[in-house]
Design a protein around this ligand. Structure first.
Ligand code: BGC
Length: 512
């Protein structure tokens, strides 16, 4: 368990220099070796303007946290009431530890999918046996048809079950194998075991699936593979993380994913959800916020804007506006594109390209690779930011290998500053989102004020593998919540528990 570190607050330096405006037109054919420029803009002023646009001082973060809270409330009041979908998950009971039997988890949410079998032994024995296998999804299946994608998944699932060792895993006689299906995309849940896809995210664009029941798609593929299994729970990865973490720790109230995409799910009081429309609602339920859709008040730089416009799923969240008596649907998903792992490297690439094209980052040279969308990965930024050498040797050799450029020390420093600007904004905005959720829970329960420990279960490669991002996130959290309340908050890295969580929810919702 990693308790929040009380690092000293981050000082955000926002130097004021003359502002620059970049053309918002979409660039298609980038210059590879640039011509000699008349009056190049200095890289420093491009960087300064970018730093200024990305600054996240505390008053601004406070506004972001408040705006997210407002949208949470609006989304709980009516369907589509705010930027956050606030999806009802139908998960009213979290795992208790008493679950027993053999259950499966299927996890689809990124470039890999994972199959897992879990033999549960109740309070004393807990997880008796556990086996999993991971498969990478060929890119063509991510943008193909639902038959192809689910056919591939069902065939791997069938292979996995066929290899099961009977001694360790025991299915009770007369029972079907039950699955918890973690589907990490926005789904309008219609019951615990069904839901329709709202919109693909994270580079997926499988045709004809939006508006379709994802469990029906899986069932059809399983039937075709003569697999006698049933989906007993359809869950988001945030819900799976919350459920899996709660199995080991009763104080877990929030599940956050900071990986390729991002999301947060939390325990809500039913009587605080007007859209439930039941007068007798009592107890708690899990809400899937789909917070990636938050967009209000986030200042978009030209780089964010161009990245969104050119992405596979431009503006991925749907919002309804009334415009001259017509309903207009606008898709926006800004928060995810500012804080999650899929996009940080891409924003940096765009800024560096601008610095090369309009000024002199690498002299007259504009590296070809900088024109390739998504060529720069978030893990590359991390590698460069972790370079502690005086002359930034790692940065230099990365730039040499990646861009085929001999960057002098000044250029290396600038590159690191761009990475830091993007990562600082992402980490601090993520911190503000977590604060919004904690404050919502606090308002209804007073848990932290009364000294009760409140745990945020975290998963995702961005959180796990990017220490500087983590620090920025945690600093913002402490700065916003204050030392007293944050001393009752624990951020716990719960790696890969969403599969266990899904299997547990299949057990909780078993038909037997
Ligand atoms: C999806 C969420 C998911 C998150 C993390 C987002 O793109 O909309 O449903 O939980 O990624 O995987």
């Amino acid at each position: 368990m990693s308790l929040i570190m009380f690092a000293s607050p981050v000082v955000v330096i926002t130097p004021t220099v003359r502002s620059l405006t970049f053309s918002s037109s979409r660039r298609s054919n980038y210059t590879v070796m640039s011509a000699v420029r008349s009056e190049p803009t200095s890289t420093c002023s491009v960087l300064t303007k970018f730093q200024k646009d990305c600054a996240t001082p505390i008053p601004f973060l406070r506004n972001v946290a408040d705006a997210i809270s407002d949208d949470m409330r609006a989304g709980l009041a009516v369907e589509g009431g705010g930027d956050l979908d606030m999806i009802l998950t139908f998960v009213d009971a979290l795992p208790s530890g008493n679950e027993e039997g053999l259950f499966y988890a299927l996890d689809l949410g990124g470039t890999n999918f994972r199959v897992r079998s879990v033999q549960l032994g109740g309070k004393e024995e807990r997880v008796v046996a556990n086996e999993s296998e991971q498969f990478s999804i060929p890119h063509e299946l991510m943008v193909g048809t639902s038959e192809e994608l689910f056919g591939f998944i069902a065939s791997k699932l069938a292979d996995f079950v066929a290899k099961e060792k009977p001694g360790r895993f025991r299915l009770e006689q007369g029972r079907k194998r039950e699955i918890g299906f973690t589907f990490s995309f926005p789904v309008k849940q219609t019951s615990i075991d069904s839901g329709t896809l709202i919109k693909w995210t994270k580079g997926f664009n499988v045709s004809g699936m939006e508006g379709k029941n994802v469990v029906a798609c899986l069932n059809k593929a399983m039937e075709a593979h003569r697999l006698d299994m049933r989906v007993s729970a359809l869950v988001n990865d945030g819900v799976g993380t919350l459920a899996g973490a709660r199995y080991w720790d009763e104080d877990v109230m929030v599940g956050v994913i900071l990986g390729t995409g991002t999301n947060a799910c939390y325990v809500e009081q039913k009587n605080a959800i007007p859209k439930l429309q039941s007068k007798f609602s009592s107890g708690t339920t899990i809400i899937n916020t789909e917070w990636g859709g938050f967009s209000k008040i986030l200042p978009r730089t030209i780089f964010d804007q161009e990245m969104d416009e050119e992405s596979l799923n431009p503006g991925e969240h749907c919002h309804q506006f009334l415009y001259c008596f017509f309903t207009v649907w606008v898709w926006i998903k800004l928060y995810e594109k500012m804080i999650s792992g899929m996009y940080l490297g891409e924003i940096v690439r765009r800024v560096l390209l601008q610095m090369c094209e309009t000024s002199d980052l690498f002299g007259q040279f504009v590296p070809v690779k900088l024109s390739t969308p998504f060529a720069l990965r978030t893990e590359d930024l991390c590698k460069m930011q972790e370079d502690n050498t005086d002359d930034l040797v790692t940065v230099g050799s990365f730039l040499h290998n990646f861009l085929e450029v001999e960057a002098n020390l000044k250029a290396r420093r600038r590159v690191v500053e761009v990475c830091d600007t993007v990562v600082q904004r992402g980490g601090r905005l993520a911190g503000a989102g977590i604060v919004a959720i904690l404050e919502k829970i606090e308002k209804d329960t007073d848990r932290m004020a009364s000294g009760q420990r409140t745990v945020v279960a975290m998963d995702g490669a961005l959180y796990e593998k990017y220490p500087q991002y983590r620090r920025y996130m945690q600093d913002a959290l402490v700065e916003l919540l204050g030392h007293h309340l944050s001393s009752h908050v624990a951020i716990k890295h719960t790696k890969d528990v969403s599969g266990l969580g899904a299997a547990l929810l299949a057990a909780t919702n078993s038909i037997y």
